[in-house]
Design a binder for this molecule. Structure first.
Ligand code: F6P
Length: 361
């Protein structure tokens, strides 16, 4: 019997849990089909490797000892979806090249571990006739159709730790500490870590903020005797005026005004408006680093096992998901290209508001 050749790639921004998922897929496939009947083919650096046929047959031993390892043993790269069907200067037809690699590597299927952009290309390849299974990763937790993505909860833990640490220095100096948390489109990470870390103000893209309301809530806190405050701001936050603008107009307006980030601007406005010394902390890519949490290791393993189930059933064109608490899958075409945003009326926002957290609205 010919070995089943299962391609795997990791694409887009890395996150904790990618290796745990790769391991989960491989081990579940070895169990199900017999390790002698499976060949895992590692595609290097995401779709870039698929376009350029940078792939290798992996040794089964490579899937041991990686459960706890952050990042991805396969490497990753951003390969924007909007350029996938565009022939650029190098004259490469990327879609054709990816299909050629799939064929050259004699793949029976390809597993794509990634976020929203990765899912869009996965769907494109599926529509082109390849056997694709997506697995939802991102610290942003913004993939449509799944309750949760792997990497998210580890990042929540890390961001919460950052906020915890800011508390002591903010208290010592009687300052406002503003922390900018990754998340360009969706505010899940800021919302969860803001609540877990006890932030006094939480600013997310789904709830455009009124600067004066942020200042008022911090001034009120100060007037009540609180000597310091913590503000958690999502990277992609914008104020109520900017909410009226298109993304590109917003970016241009900021560029023209010399504004680097919403957090830096808000910090300056808050310092001026409250008279309280305000500092900004940007943990940035630290939020994507490190070993996956226990939660993410379990989630990654469950997702990996589900992917093996789908392979066993020859069920392709799907993305593994957690749906209302149960492991399942969505059709790629139903989820690709959609973003899962925070509902401003959701119970998390409500809970935070119920204990007096301001969202600047
Ligand atoms: O998608 C994950 C993410 O970490 C976002 O939160 C962030 O906006 C973006 O990636 C940063 O991307 P890069 O690492 O390419 O700068």
């Amino acid at each position: 019997m010919a070995k089943k050749r299962i391609g795997i790639l990791t694409s887009g921004g890395d996150c904790p849990g990618l290796n745990a998922t790769i391991r989960g897929v491989a081990k579940a496939c070895f169990e199900r089909f017999g390790s002698e009947n499976v060949q895992i083919v590692g595609i290097q650096n995401g779709y870039y490797g698929l376009i350029n046929n940078i792939a290798r047959d992996m040794d089964n031993s490579e899937f041991s000892g990686i459960l706890t390892q952050g990042g991805t043993i396969l490497g990753t790269k951003r390969q924007p979806f909007k350029m996938m069907s565009v022939i650029e200067e190098d004259n490469v037809d990327k879609v054709k090249a990816m299909k050629d690699t799939y064929k050259a590597q004699k793949l029976d299927c390809l597993l794509t571990l990634g976020g929203n952009g990765t899912h869009k290309t996965a769907n494109l390849l599926s529509e082109e006739g390849l056997n694709i299974i997506g697995l939802p990763k991102t610290i942003d937790n913004d993939i449509f159709g799944t309750d949760v993505t792997f990497g998210f909860h580890t990042a929540v833990d890390t961001a919460t730790d950052v906020i915890d640490r800011l508390h002591t220095t903010a208290a010592s100096h009687s300052r406002i500490l503003m922390v900018e948390i990754m998340g360009n489109k969706a505010g899940w990470l800021t919302l969860y870590s803001g609540i877990a870390g006890g932030a006094d103000v939480i600013i997310i893209p789904e709830i455009p903020y009124d600067t004066q309301k942020v200042i008022d809530s911090l001034s009120k806190r100060s007037a009540s005797g609180k000597t310091f405050s913590i503000v958690a701001v999502a990277e992609g936050a914008f104020d109520v005026e900017e909410a009226q603008l298109k993304k590109k107009e917003r970016a241009k307006r900021r560029l023209d005004a010399g504004i680097t980030t919403a957090t830096a601007r808000l910090a300056a406005q808050v310092q001026k408006g409250t008279g309280i010394e305000t500092r900004v902390c940007t943990p940035g890519h630290m939020l994507r680093g490190g070993s996956p949490s226990a939660y993410d290791r379990i989630l990654a393993t469950k997702f990996g096992v589900r992917a093996a189930d789908l392979i066993a059933k020859d069920k392709f064109g799907y993305s593994v998901a957690m749906i209302n608490g149960a492991i399942g899958e969505n059709k790629l075409k139903d989820v690709a290209g959609k973003t899962k945003f925070v509902d401003p009326e959701c119970s998390y926002v409500k809970t935070a508001k119920d204990i007096g957290v301001s969202f600047g609205d």
